[in-house]
Design a protein around this ligand. Structure first.
Ligand SMILES: CC(C)(COP(=O)(O)OP(=O)(O)OC[C@H]1O[C@@H](n2cnc3c(N)ncnc32)[C@H](O)[C@@H]1OP(=O)(O)O)[C@@H](O)C(=O)NCCC(=O)NCCS
Length: 381
């Protein structure tokens, strides 16, 4: 067990916050790292559920198995995925925290931070205390920057984080297509032209699997290469097994809605959708992308039209896809085909505050229950 506890007095909270001079009226609060026990995972997941309408992305609820699998995948790749539980005097979980590395950026040291506080206990300093504790721990791990998402629907919250030194980096929005209202396109001619002019063909994953003994390795490699170029990838797969579990073995996978552009034996572009567990009429667009040397040839547009044609053919009601506002070409493609931008998320960033972190480390060190011996060693990230 590597849990540790730290009492957060109003004083230690005040010291952890940038630009906040007033002490919080904070009930006795204990923050500890969650253990790998089922009870701690359940406490974490329950709070995430309780956040209810304040969930950042309610369309993507994570099951206990998902949380567990995510952490083990991080561990296998040497990354730190640390979860925190903040509890009141009766032991009731009041807030949770989580960080993990943004491992698709070329430069290491950026960590994604998630904080949730029980609705009826918000604005009492619990979120700030969780942030301060995680920031102090990240400083010891060598972290350099924090990323976190806030909802566009809570502009006051974005302001509160900006008062604490966070800066907006980009926005990520769901784009929705009402399939019945989308135009139909005759794609046969375009696909013929692609073949005759460029020697490229588009296959479904079902066709790839039937024709190509190396289909899985090739599509995994392509997905991994494209994921590294997306500002905020939908899924971060570290191994072929994880990709297989999601894209091939998942009951939500659709082999006929997974399009691959092939140049001879090479897989050079993909666009795929999956079903949504709790809404049979909704398709979730997962990833669309082409290798750099195949850009500017209209491949993304053709694949996008193929996914829309699939939804029309099979009678789906809607397609949802998430796109960052910095990804101007994908925004233009989606808007051009009738996808409508919905309220989304604001990505905020700030450097990890070394001085604040050190001061907090000092206060953490005074906590009687701190168990440094059982704590994983800080490692370069
Ligand atoms: C964001 C969240 C974690 C804050 O937790 P909290 O315990 O209420 O935070 P604190 O009491 O420490 O308050 C921190 C600041 O946020 C402000 N704040 C908190 N909730 C707010 C809200 N809904 N709207 C506007 N401001 C809010 C507080 O007023 C305070 O600002 P100030 O001291 O500069 O005036 C909590 O509201 C929550 O769980 N929200 C849903 C999930 C979420 O958006 N998480 C954020 C990033 S992962």
């Amino acid at each position: 067990m590597w849990g540790r506890e730290c009492d957060h007095s109003p004083l230690s909270n005040r010291s952890g916050l940038r630009g906040v001079e007033r002490p919080f009226v904070l009930p006795p609060l204990s923050i500890r790292r969650a253990s790998t026990s089922p009870a701690d995972y359940a406490a974490f997941a329950d709070l995430a559920d309780l956040a209810g309408d304040e969930q950042i992305d309610p369309s993507q609820p994570m099951s206990l198995d998902d949380l567990w699998a995510f952490d083990r995948a991080c561990e296998r790749s040497g990354a730190h995925s640390w979860r925190y539980l903040a509890s009141g005097p009766s032991g009731q979980t009041l807030g949770i925290g989580h960080f993990f590395p943004v491992n698709w950026l070329s430069e290491p040291g950026t960590y994604w931070v998630v904080i949730r506080v029980r609705h009826d206990r918000q604005r009492q300093g619990i979120g700030s205390a969780l942030l301060a504790q995680m920031e102090a721990d990240l400083a010891t791990l060598g972290g350099r920057r924090l990323w976190l998402f806030v909802s566009e629907g809570a502009p006051g919250l974005s302001d509160a984080f900006q008062r604490r030194g966070f800066r907006e980096q980009m926005r990520s929005n769901p784009y929705l297509l009402n399939v019945a209202a989308a135009s139909s396109h005759d794609l046969a001619e375009r696909l013929d032209r692609l073949r005759s002019s460029h020697g490229l063909r588009v296959s479904t994953l079902a066709e790839c699997r039937a024709e190509d003994p190396d289909w899985l390795g090739r599509v995994y490699e392509l997905h991994a290469a494209i994921t590294r170029e997306v500002p905020i990838p939908e899924k971060i797969f570290t191994t072929r097994e994880e990709f297989t579990a999601f894209a091939v073995d998942s009951p939500l996978a659709l082999f006929d809605a997974f399009f691959v552009v092939r140049d001879g034996d090479r897989y050079v572009g993909l666009s795929f959708m999956q079903r949504t567990a709790d809404d049979p009429g909704l398709l979730h667009q997962e990833l669309t992308g082409t290798l750099p040397e195949y850009r500017g040839m209209g491949l993304a547009k053709i694949m996008k039209l193929l996914t829309i044609a699939y939804a029309q053919r099979k009678g789906f009601r809607q397609i949802v896809t998430w796109v960052e506002d910095t990804n101007t070409s994908m925004v233009a493609i989606n808007s051009g085909y009738g996808f409508v931008r919905e309220p989304g998320l604001i990505l905020l960033e700030r450097p990890i505050a070394g001085s604040v972190a050190q001061r907090l480390s000092g206060s953490v060190a005074q906590c009687s229950s701190l168990d440094r011996s059982a704590h994983p060693q800080p490692a370069a990230v």
